[in-house]
Design a protein around this ligand. Structure first.
Ligand SMILES: [Zn+2]
Length: 338
C-alpha cells in the first residue's frame, strides 16, 4: 500500500470510529427519549383495520395477501390483533405507528394471523432494547413455537411480558377487562371480549359455529369431510355453538372472521352461521373481516354478504375494509349493563 492510501485509511478509520461512537450515543439517547414519551401518546377509543386477504388482488398464489390485523384503542390500551404478513407496511399505510402499541394478541398459530408478530414486537419493544408491552397468546399459539423465545421475552435487554390466555379466565389489562372465548378451529386458539366503561367489543377469531344442519334429505353433521365443500342442500341450522351465541350476542361491536357463505362452514363461522348468531342479539354493529377466496375471486362478494347478514339477522353489518377507522364512542352504554 502506498503511504498516500495508508494516510487516507488512517484518517478515515479515526473519523469512522468517532462517528460510530457519536451514532451510538445518539441512538441510545433517542431510544431513552422514545421510551419515556411513547406511552403519553394516546388515540381516542376506536378500531383501525389493516387489511383483508386478497383485497384488490386476483392472484390465487398471493400468500402475502392473507392479510389479517386490526388495532383496538381503549386508552391507555392499544392492542394489535392477529398481525398477519406485511403488517408493518400496512400499519404505516393506515397511520398506525407499531412502536406505540401496548399489547399484541395472536388468536391461533395460522400464518395469516401470526406472520408479522415478531416484527411488531420489535417495534413495540424498540428493537428489543426496552421491556415494554404485553404479548397475549392463546395456549395453542404459545405451544406451537410459531413465535421465537427471543420475541416472547427471552431477549437479554428488552421484550414484552408474555401472557397465555385460557378461555373463560378473565383478567384486566391497562384498564380493560379481557375475556378469552373458545374457538372451534383446526388451529385451535381463542377469541376475545374486551370490556371497558359500558362498552363491549367481541372478536370471534377463526371458529366454526354450525355443528349440524338440515338439508333436503335430513340432518347432516359437519365433522370431517372436505372443509371447503359448499353446503348446497342447506335449509336450516340444527345444532350450533350455543356458548358463542351467548357470549358474542352480548357485545356492542362484533368483529367476525366470516370465512365463506355456505362454504368453509366446517372450520369457519360462515355468513349463514353468523346471521344465526346475531339474530336476537344485543349487537349494534357487526364488522366482517377474514373472507375466504370464494368471496373475493373472481368476484368481490363481500358487500352482498354484509347485506345478507344484515337482512337475515336485523343487525347493522358492514365490511371492515382496509384502513377503516371506527369511532367507538357512539357504541358505549351507561355503565352497569351486563
Ligand atoms: Zn385459521
Amino acid at each position: 500500500m502506498s503511504s498516500v492510501s495508508e494516510n487516507l485509511a488512517e484518517r478515515l478509520d479515526r473519523e469512522l470510529r468517532t462517528r460510530s461512537q457519536e451514532a451510538r450515543h445518539y441512538l441510545l439517547t433517542a431510544f431513552a427519549e422514545a421510551a419515556s414519551t411513547i406511552d403519553r401518546l394516546e388515540e381516542p377509543p376506536s378500531i383501525v383495520f389493516l387489511g383483508n386477504p386478497f383485497e384488490g388482488h386476483r392472484e390465487i398464489q398471493a400468500l402475502t395477501r392473507l392479510a389479517n390485523g386490526f388495532v383496538v384503542y381503549l386508552p391507555p390500551l392499544a392492542l394489535m390483533v392477529d398481525p398477519g404478513p406485511d403488517i408493518i407496511s400496512r400499519s404505516l399505510a393506515a397511520g398506525i405507528q407499531p412502536a406505540r402499541l401496548k399489547a399484541i394478541f395472536v388468536s391461533h398459530p395460522h400464518i395469516d394471523h401470526y406472520a408479522g408478530v415478531e416484527a411488531v414486537i420489535e417495534e413495540m419493544c424498540l428493537l428489543m432494547m426496552v421491556r415494554r408491552g404485553y404479548l397475549l397468546l392463546s395456549a395453542d399459539t404459545a405451544r406451537s413455537g410459531a413465535i421465537s423465545a427471543f420475541h416472547r421475552g427471552a431477549a437479554p435487554r428488552g421484550g414484552p411480558t408474555t401472557m397465555v390466555l385460557e378461555p373463560g379466565k378473565s383478567f384486566e389489562l391497562l384498564g380493560t377487562a379481557i375475556t378469552p372465548v373458545p374457538a372451534y378451529h383446526p388451529g385451535g386458539g381463542c377469541g376475545l371480549i374486551l370490556k371497558k366503561e359500558g362498552l363491549k367489543i367481541g372478536y370471534t377469531s377463526d371458529t366454526n359455529y354450525v355443528v349440524s344442519y338440515r338439508g333436503k334429505d335430513g340432518v347432516h353433521q359437519l365433522s370431517g369431510g372436505d372443509p371447503f365443500q359448499p353446503l348446497d342442500d342447506f335449509e336450516e341450522i340444527q345444532e350450533y355453538r350455543q356458548d358463542l351465541k351467548d357470549r358474542y350476542g352480548k357485545v356492542d361491536v362484533l368483529i367476525a372472521n366470516v370465512g365463506g357463505h355456505n362454504s368453509g362452514v366446517r372450520d369457519e363461522l360462515s355468513s349463514l352461521g353468523l346471521a344465526h348468531l346475531l339474530r336476537g342479539s344485543q349487537v349494534k354493529l357487526c364488522l366482517l373481516t377474514h373472507f375466504l377466496r370464494t368471496l373475493l375471486v373472481p368476484e368481490d362478494l363481500r358487500d352482498r354478504v354484509a347485506r345478507y347478514v344484515e337482512a337475515a339477522s336485523g343487525v347493522k353489518t358492514m365490511v371492515a375494509c382496509s384502513c377503516l377507522r371506527l369511532d367507538l364512542a357512539p357504541f358505549a352504554n351507561a355503565e352497569g349493563r351486563d
